[in-house]
Write a new protein. Sequence first.
Length: 93
Amino acid sequence: MAHEETWNVRLSIDSSDDGGRMTRAEARLEDRPDVVLVTEGVARAHPADENVPDIGRELAVARALSELSHQLLHTTVQDIEAHTHERVRRLRV
């Protein structure tokens, strides 16, 4: 019988009070009680650019999720090395 799990990523998005020209996103993955990964992504609109808050939110979230992916890969490498007692030289993603 297959074992099914659900991992949830919670995203929190905050825009600055200066018209939304700076946006911060936090991605939080809580898969096990002893492992919580939290990352942040930031997007800033250039003063000469049109202010489009949706783009800032998308970019901030993308950056937070990208960093979350990197942290999860790093955690995976540490777990593999602890289990095998060998250095991971290459991990395909």
